[in-house]
Design a protein around this ligand. Structure first.
Ligand SMILES: *Cc1c(COP(=O)(O)O)cnc(C)c1O
Length: 369
């Protein structure tokens, strides 16, 4: 049996919407992008949404719009997808890592304060796997020290903590619509903010530094081509209308995994907490330290089951090691978690039979060492 790790949830509706764009005049800079931005802002309850061609571009513009650059430090998590840290390097700023909480796997707010220096400009928390970071504490610290907060909510569209949606608590927040995220536009992303100045800066930089005043060839500042195209926006508009349905289906898959895997003491399932509603991005379990994760993965792969270690610590990536001199042991919780985590197949096409197969194979793999 072959079980895919990930699969987008698309219907005829999305296909028709994209095809309709192809027979229209505008393939870029047309009405769909504005509509997608408007509806996204309404969904989150934020004043401005700026569509971009990836979550990574969005993070870059968020950093740049705050004027963060050379000589500045930003506190962030070493347990994340590399883009949440690379976006600082693009501007010559220094990522300062704080280790994670072993349960939530998000940046540990208690470790943030001691990392703050005169050079610190912002905190960049990540909602890892869709589980919201401790935003109340993070925002409190940011206010206490006059720092900005950029939320990397790329994995958490629709998650809430204390009834507040991910992406509504920082000066800026960024989402991604890569195909394995809750909703997809192929490649794509969105920046949200309530600050008019930041929104305008992001919009200008996304479009080659042009201000939208009709002066097509006037470039006010250094900009980029980070625009989202109309086909992607059309896809995003339909996906957003289906978001609640998609999230519910993903929750059902997560519950099935809990049923099938909840009784084993050699693995830890993702946490459940009363004040958190998680919009699931991936389904990541942790194996006991007595179990060889890589050997388990190999068995799963041989049996046709897609799986992946999630994540590899950012500070131990080869070019981070050589740029900044990071060594093993500096962020022990991140490193230990990275050695023992495993993402299982997770998408809305999974059947109960397939989940059963994944669970049984996992149990077999763990015991056959
Ligand atoms: C997906 C993701 C991004 C951005 O990814 P893109 O592929 O550039 O859209 C950034 N940070 C995190 C944590 C992510 O998971």
């Amino acid at each position: 049996m072959k079980v895919e790790l990930s699969y987008p949830d698309l219907t005829e509706q999305e296909i028709e919407a994209v095809v309709a764009v192809l027979s229209s005049q505008y393939l870029s800079m047309g009405p769909r992008v504005s509509q997608f931005e408007y509806e996204f802002a309404v969904y989150l309850g934020r004043k401005y949404a700026i569509a971009v061609n990836s979550g990574t571009s969005g993070l870059h513009l968020a950093v740049k719009s705050l004027g963060i650059g050379k000589g500045d430090e930003v506190i962030t998590s070493p347990f994340s997808f590399i883009a949440s840290s690379n976006c600082l390097l693009y501007e010559g700023a220094q990522p300062v890592f704080a280790d994670i909480d072993p349960i939530s796997l998000n940046i540990n707010p208690d470790l943030i304060e001691r990392s703050i220096t005169k050079k610190t400009k912002a905190i960049l928390p990540v909602d890892v796997f869709g589980y919201p970071a401790e935003m109340e504490q993070i925002v409190f610290l940011a206010q206490k020290y006059g720092l900005a907060v950029i939320e990397d909510a790329c994995e958490a569209l629709g998650s809430t903590i204390n009834r507040r949606l991910s992406g509504t608590m920082g000066e800026l927040a960024v989402f991604s619509f890569y195909p394995n995220k809750q909703i997809t536009t192929g490649e794509g992303g969105m920046i949200v903010t309530d600050d008019e100045k930041l929104a305008l800066l992001c919009k200008t930089m996304r479009n080659q530094g042009r201000v939208e005043d009709g002066l097509w060839l006037t470039h006010r500042m250094l900009g980029y081509n980070y625009r989202l195209d109309e086909m992607s926006a059309a896809l995003g508009i339909v996906q957003l209308t289906r978001l609640d349905e998609i999230i519910k289906k993903r929750e059902k898959i997560a519950r099935l995994y809990e049923q099938k895997l909840g009784s084993y003491d050699w693995l830890t399932l993702p946490p459940r907490q009363e004040n958190i509603e998680q919009s699931w991005f991936v389904y990541v379990i942790r194996l006991d330290s007595t179990i060889n994760r890589d050997a388990v993965m190999q068995v799963l792969q041989e049996e046709g089951i897609g799986c992946r270690p999630y994540f590899s610590p950012i500070h131990l990536q080869p070019f981070y090691k050589s740029l900044f001199g990071y060594r093993e042991g500096q962020f022990p919780i991140t490193e230990e978690v990275s050695r023992s985590t495993l993402a299982l197949p997770f998408h809305n096409r999974l059947t109960e039979k397939e989940i059963d197969y994944v669970a049984k194979t996992l149990v077999f793999a763990a015991h056959s060492q």
